[in-house]
Design a protein around this ligand. Structure first.
Ligand SMILES: *Cc1c(COP(=O)(O)O)cnc(C)c1O
Length: 308
């Protein structure tokens, strides 16, 4: 059974223990690139079209060359098949700005900037990597997660006022997100919900927050500076068919406490129920299994590029 699978955009399966990146890759030098994390189940990448659509959007936000989606699709299919059907996998799509030397030190300029580089633009560094699903995922799915709220130190206006902050893109610059998770761990919690300076609910460091209240499912709108989630969208699509009212609305921290249930949604963990928030226990609602089922059903659909 393979423990790691690495596929490059030419469709070639590579030795995952052999070096792949150059030392001057801008993805490494500056965290300048984008990524997607996808669940592999039964040898297939779940909700792949949604992930490809968001990858394209993220690349556009960073002014990276448009990803060749057919090449990505083929690389993902190859990697997922190689991984096999007998267990789940965590598949990453990685796209960086490429080598600094090949850009002629253009990393400080937009890749599609006018002038001397036109036509000689490298396509960036891209690859697909599959790893085993971390142990924490199983526990989060079955037992839920303890969560603390942490300030992100930003206003809900920032995303609109400062597009260069790239708040709606899934970029490789995740050092602060990982730092927040380590901070939570030191506080004895499993996960984090970021809040704005106005005490609005934003998102988790790697997940979307969804609140269930009556027959409503509510998530904060992307315009306040959260990443549109593929898992949340898959849930909303299924839930609407099942008669839930699904809404994009501002939420305050207090709304989390009074909700029937709060969920952290993400591609690999899927639905993790918040079992305690800032030390306050949140008991499981009767419909917890139904919500999990809707997510499972939703991510079994391929999604659609057109929806993004
Ligand atoms: C990846 C991610 C999400 C969740 O997106 P999914 O497509 O559901 O995995 C939410 N917020 C952030 C910051 C993320 O990085």
């Amino acid at each position: 059974m393979v423990e790691r699978v690495l596929v490059t955009l030419d469709g070639a399966i590579r030795d995952p223990d052999a070096p792949l990146l150059y030392a001057d890759d801008i993805g490494v030098l500056r965290g300048d690139g984008v990524f997607e994390t996808v669940l592999v189940r039964n040898g297939e990448a779940c909700a792949l079209e949604s992930h490809l659509a968001r990858l394209r959007k993220s690349a556009e936000a960073l002014e990276l060359p448009a990803p060749d989606l057919d090449a990505w699709r083929l690389a993902v299919w190859t990697a997922a098949e190689e991984w096999g059907k007998d267990r789940e996998g965590l598949l990453r799509l990685i796209l960086t700005r490429g080598r600094d030397s090949e850009l002629g030190h253009a990393s400080d300029r937009p890749a599609n900037g006018s002038g001397d580089l036109a036509g000689a633009e490298p396509a960036g560094t891209g690859y697909v990597l599959v790893l085993p699903v971390p142990e924490r995922v199983k526990t989060a799915r079955t037992e839920g997660v303890s969560v603390i709220t942490l300030s992100r130190g930003i206003s809900v206006d920032l995303a609109q006022a400062a597009p260069w902050q790239l708040l709606g893109a899934k970029t490789l610059s995740y050092a602060t997100n990982m730092s927040a998770l380590r901070f939570a761990q030191r506080m004895g919690a499993d996960d984090v919900i970021f809040t704005s300076t106005e005490h609005r609910v934003l998102e988790g460091p790697r997940s979307t927050v969804v609140v269930a209240r009556g027959n409503q499912l509510i998530t904060p709108p992307a315009k306040i500076g959260v990443l549109p989630g593929t898992t949340q969208r898959a849930l909303f699509a299924q839930a609407e068919k099942a008669g839930w009212e699904c809404k994009y609305e501002p939420l305050f921290t207090a709304d989390l406490i009074t909700a029937d249930s709060v969920w952290m949604l993400s591609s690999v963990t899927l639905a993790a129920r918040v079992k305690s928030l800032d030390g306050l226990r949140m008991s499981a609602p009767d419909n917890a299994a139904e919500i999990i089922e809707l997510v499972e059903k939703g991510i079994a659909q391929p999604g659609s590029i057109a929806d993004w």
